[in-house]
Write a protein that binds this ligand. Structure first.
Ligand SMILES: [Zn+2]
Ligand SMILES: [Zn+2]
Length: 415
């Protein structure tokens, strides 16, 4: 009882406590507690740790619900939604920076871009191992690899050719299966085959986090406005195996040799990895899985409930709203991007459609091709992108200025 909390215990505790507050008025069966992920910001200067984004969920959209208007959430796994909430927080902070208001997160740097203040760090929490390479071998190894020295050295396990493979979640399927495209380093499922019945496949969370560890977690749009930013640590609640996590999160990129000469600002990020030292509240781990997800971030400061299988808001009667799309969907994040570009005098970065706008971040795009080529050359398979048609929606319908609709939702008391 009196054991001091480890760093990982503190990160987990902050996330679970905040999540409990956020869902206090939402019935447990709708809160989707099965997997919870969070982002904690550390400010060294004032020795503060603040939860800035949280999400629950472990589903993704049904193929026949995919749309071409950018208004649905494709992947509602908690880790992915928490990262999107983080981007909303970033947009909100950047907006302050362009307007000359005070921000304790960003500073202006050369070339007019923003950079995170060196004193500020971001930590990730996931209540269990991320799906794909980081989770799939965890049961098959002994307990020794679950221990680690608490230092920042990674000791990845490579003792099977199946380890390190890129894997996709598969619609109506259990687990994540390896993906190898016909040729090239990246492949796309066509919307014309997904809608009538081919099962939609979405990259596993381990693969997406690995991508962030090279490209930064800000994504393509924000890469135009800021230097890449990386997670300093990743903490798991359960199912932690150091060797498998190290390989899946980052070390598989450098299995055969160190990667040198990446574009400016980029690196292979090897975050501090660890797990909570005490057993999680058993109520959480046995909780039944639900299609619902909750997301919260400190910029919007209210919960939003979505249905992972439709990718839309879930109007449960507990969180009442007249909207259908989530604030985390592509269209909404694009709207935030446009608003920031307007404030920063960079509207020239906004092209006709979403995909073309993403491609204006040339350094990021170069780095992405390097990532896919590295993964492919190591024999891990092919990166599978979202159907292109889902990214070609026009940018003109999303206003660049003016406050988007209110994100406040009415949370009704549970009885
Ligand atoms: Zn996942
Ligand atoms: Zn590593």
């Amino acid at each position: 009882m009196s054991e001091p909390l480890t760093f990982q215990d503190r990160i987990a505790k902050l996330c679970h406590e905040k999540f409990d507050t956020v869902v206090a008025d939402i019935p447990d069966n709708l809160a989707g507690r099965k997997v919870i992920a969070g982002v904690v910001m550390e400010s060294k200067a004032n020795q503060k740790f603040d939860v800035i984004s949280l999400a629950s969920g472990n589903r993704f959209i049904k193929g026949n619900m995919l749309t071409t208007n950018g208004q649905v959430l494709v992947d509602s796994h908690a880790e992915i939604l928490a990262n999107r909430g983080m981007r909303r927080f970033i947009y909100c902070q950047l907006k302050k920076l362009w307007k000359g208001e005070e921000t304790s997160v960003f500073q202006k740097c050369e070339k007019g871009k923003a950079a995170v203040i060196p004193d500020v760090k971001f930590h990730r929490y996931i209540s269990t191992a991320p799906c794909g390479d980081g989770a799939i071998f965890t049961h098959s190894t002994g307990t020794s690899s679950a221990l680690h020295d608490g230092h920042h050295h990674h000791h990845p396990i490579f003792d099977d050719t199946k380890q390190g493979l890129l894997r996709t979640k598969v619609e109506q399927g259990e687990g994540q299966i390896p993906f190898k495209g016909v040729d090239g380093v990246v492949s796309y499922q066509g919307l014309d085959v997904v809608r009538p019945g081919e099962r939609l496949r979405v990259m596993s969370c381990s693969d997406k986090i690995c991508k962030w560890n090279l490209l930064g977690m800000q994504g393509a749009l924000l890469a135009n406005l800021m230097e890449p930013v990386y997670y300093t640590s990743i903490t798991l609640g359960t199912l932690y195996s150091h060797g498998h996590m190290a390989r899946a999160m980052c070390c598989r990129l450098e299995k055969s040799s160190k990667i040198e000469s990446l574009p400016h600002g980029h690196k292979v990020n090897h975050p501090l990895l660890g797990a909570v030292s005490r057993k999680d509240d058993p109520k959480r781990s046995v909780e039944k899985s639900t299609a619902h997800s909750i997301n919260w971030n400190s910029a919007d400061d209210c919960p939003e409930m979505t249905d992972g299988t439709t990718g839309l808001l879930h109007n449960s009667g507990f969180i009442r709203t007249d909207r259908t799309k989530s604030r985390l969907c592509k269209e909404e994040l694009l709207k935030s991007f446009k608003e920031n570009c307007a404030n920063a005098g960079l509207l020239n970065l906004v092209k006709d459609d979403y995909l073309k706008t993403k491609q204006t971040s040339t350094t990021y795009q170069t780095c992405k091709i390097i990532l896919y080529a590295i993964l492919n050359s190591q024999g891990y398979g092919t990166w599978l992108g979202l159907p292109r048609e889902c990214q070609e929606f026009g940018t003109s319908t999303t206003p660049a200025v003016g406050r988007p609709q209110s994100y406040s939702q009415v949370v009704l008391k549970k009885h």
